[in-house]
Design a protein around this ligand. Sequence first.
Ligand code: R5P
Length: 293
Amino acid sequence: MIITTCGNSLPIAQQLAKALKVQYSPLTISTFPDGDRYLKYNLDVVGKTVIIVQSFQPHSNESLLNIIFAAETAKDLGAKKVILIAPYLAFMRQDTRFHPGEAISSRIMAKHLNNCIDKIITIDPHLHRYKSLKDIFIIPAIKLTANFLIADYIQKHCHNEIIIGPDGESYQWADEIAQHIKVHATVLIKQRFTSRHVQVKMVKPIPVKGKNVVIVDDIISTGHTVAEAAKQAKKMGAKSITAITVHGLFVENAMDKLKKAGVTKIISTNCIEHATNKIDVTPLLVAELRKER
Ligand code: R5P
């Protein structure tokens, strides 16, 4: 077994290699003068299982192309098996054609990966209209969750807390975490007008006044969703507001937006490298990869 990356997730890849006592060798990826991609393995992969560790952020489009090049090259060089570990799997939110003529990006991404890798392992993929990864992957597709790691973090660092999921889909995180640590939770209803304009409403009220509110979501991208939930919580008398996310994309001015909306603390897992990383998902991946040996 060898572990490689296409540029993202280096710390996770290195930790995995260390924990599993296998060789780690990053790929050389650059561009020719005309912009064409250049990719090279720096280790012999013949007969080996090649583990590509690559979150799809930053640079989701580049990441997909790099993974395809890396997987195809590994096979071409004689690798026995290629496994992709994508702590963050992008394109999953475009799971239907919302407007005529649109690409269903998640299906296209999966179709390409189905063609070149043998197995995918990911963490808390955005499953909304799809019931499972099997809806788009024909290769073995393993979905891990950071829920219990997040629950542990909340137990250690928060008190007198309630959990809020900022939209319908977030029940997968908010409810499970709340049940685990035995605190009240509610999930808001979100109406999305555009990528940058959402509204949320609390339809199942729980006591918020004087509580330390923890808003949990799988993804914080522009920050609008969590910011709207935070504004609600603030209006309802929350004592403090912490936002915890599995995948902290924090694009545009998300961090400022969250702070302006009253979020006092922003925490993420290291599925995507960011200054807010406080929850390490590597143990989940080590446990999963041990099954391969
Ligand atoms: C979508 O439903 C996801 O679970 C997140 O709520 C969403 O991606 C967050 O996006 P943004 O931070 O741009 O509001």
